[in-house]
Design a protein around this ligand. Structure first.
Ligand SMILES: [Zn+2]
Length: 367
């Protein structure tokens, strides 16, 4: 049995860390190429440029074209050919593109997420799309980013809904890792989880349950508190290591199935993963205490607990069957559940999870 844990080599987090970016990255190389989301070039780009200039070191800032596509990756490989460090600053696509460019160039990459909306920043994975934004391939990378720098104030300045979505993504981590462990399943890297991977997934869950609401209220007011820092670490690092080295199971498979529901396309990854998590817990028929804790937590931070809140106006069993078929595909992670799950089971669990959510809302009269 092979047990593997993978992670970024250096994770740095704190308020104002971006102002010190030169100090953090200078050991990695001299010629630094920085890919930045278009709307952040003036603001965060300015902060980064200042840090380099104050240290008498040049840097080149390039605007990201908006899609993590082969065309954009190839364009950047050409523009960045004389540089020896790549830094990606922005949302998921900018970060994935930076990872891909550094992989092909065989140079170090530094990842600077500007929202704590998913656990992707620390991962050894890029998702590549066509120019029109259609999924093309997963680019599995041989190593995680050399460094991840998270400026807590930058995260708190982003819209709170992104932060909440990140909590939704982090909510799934422990339950999926637990299922993988119990099924003796494999993680993304094709190995068994280590004790450390499982422990970090558990800490991720405990952290968001303890600090999720406090942190959400603080971020709503664009302020950084200890709770905010704890949840940023849970959303970004603990969930990142937890999912990659703990394993994925039903929650993400159901999320992937929801691509067959166009009504949910405007929802964020983590918002759909939260509903996928409740559905997984229904499949497992876990105890009422744990189930209620998760549902109440979702309501407290503003994560959706019904299909209606995800944009589905009417339950359509045919459509749910389609979702379930995709979720149970051989290539997805449903096989990491500790028991056999058939599409029919998924349909039933989604209907039951939705009913639970509606029941809960009626009971607490909050919706
Ligand atoms: Zn996720």
């Amino acid at each position: 049995m092979t047990n593997v844990i993978i992670s970024t080599s250096r994770y740095i987090q704190g308020k104002g860390e971006l102002e010190k970016i030169y100090n953090h990255v200078s050991a990695l190389g001299d010629k630094v190429f920085i890919l930045v989301d278009a709307f952040l070039v003036e603001t965060l780009g300015g902060t980064i440029r200042k840090s380099f200039e104050e240290n008498g070191s040049p840097c080149t800032i390039e605007k990201f074209n908006g899609e993590c596509s082969k065309v954009e990756i190839n364009r950047l490989l050409e523009v960045a050919k004389d540089y020896d460090v790549i830094i990606g600053v922005g949302g998921g696509k900018t970060l994935d593109t930076s990872k891909a460019v550094a992989f092909y160039k065989k140079c170090p990459v530094v990842i600077v997420p500007t929202a704590a909306s998913t656990d992707a920043p620390c991962s050894a994975l890029s998702v590549v799309y066509t120019e029109d934004g259609v999924f093309e391939e997963y680019l599995f990378l041989p190593k995680n980013p050399d460094m991840v720098i998270v400026d807590s104030q930058v995260i708190a300045n982003a819209p709170v809904r992104l932060f909440i979505a990140g909590i939704g993504d982090a909510l799934a981590t422990y339950f999926e890792a637990r299922a993988t462990l119990n099924s003796n399943g494999n993680t993304i890297v094709g190995a068994k989880p280590t004790k450390a991977g499982i422990a970090l997934a558990k800490l991720c869950y405990e952290t968001i349950i303890e600090d999720g609401l406090k942190a959400t209220l603080a971020v709503e007011n664009h302020t950084v508190t200890k709770a905010v820092d704890n949840v940023i670490e849970a959303n970004t690092y603990l969930s990142g290591v937890g999912f990659e080295s703990g394993g994925l199971a039903a929650a993400h498979a159901i999320h992937n199935g929801m691509t067959a529901m166009p009504e949910t396309h405007h929802m964020y990854h983590g918002e759909k993963v939260a509903f996928g998590t409740i559905t997984q817990l229904v499949l497992e028929n876990i105890g009422s205490d744990e189930l209620n804790r998760v549902i109440e937590f979702c309501v407290s931070v503003g994560l959706p607990i019904t299909l209606g809140e995800l944009g589905v106006k009417e339950l359509n069993v045919k459509q749910l069957q389609q979702v379930a078929e995709i979720a149970c595909a051989e290539s997805d992670t449903m096989g990491n559940m500790p028991f056999d799950v058939k599409p029919d089971d998924v349909v039933a669990a989604m209907i039951a999870a939705d009913a639970l959510g509606r029941h809960y809302h009626k009971k607490c009269a909050c919706k």
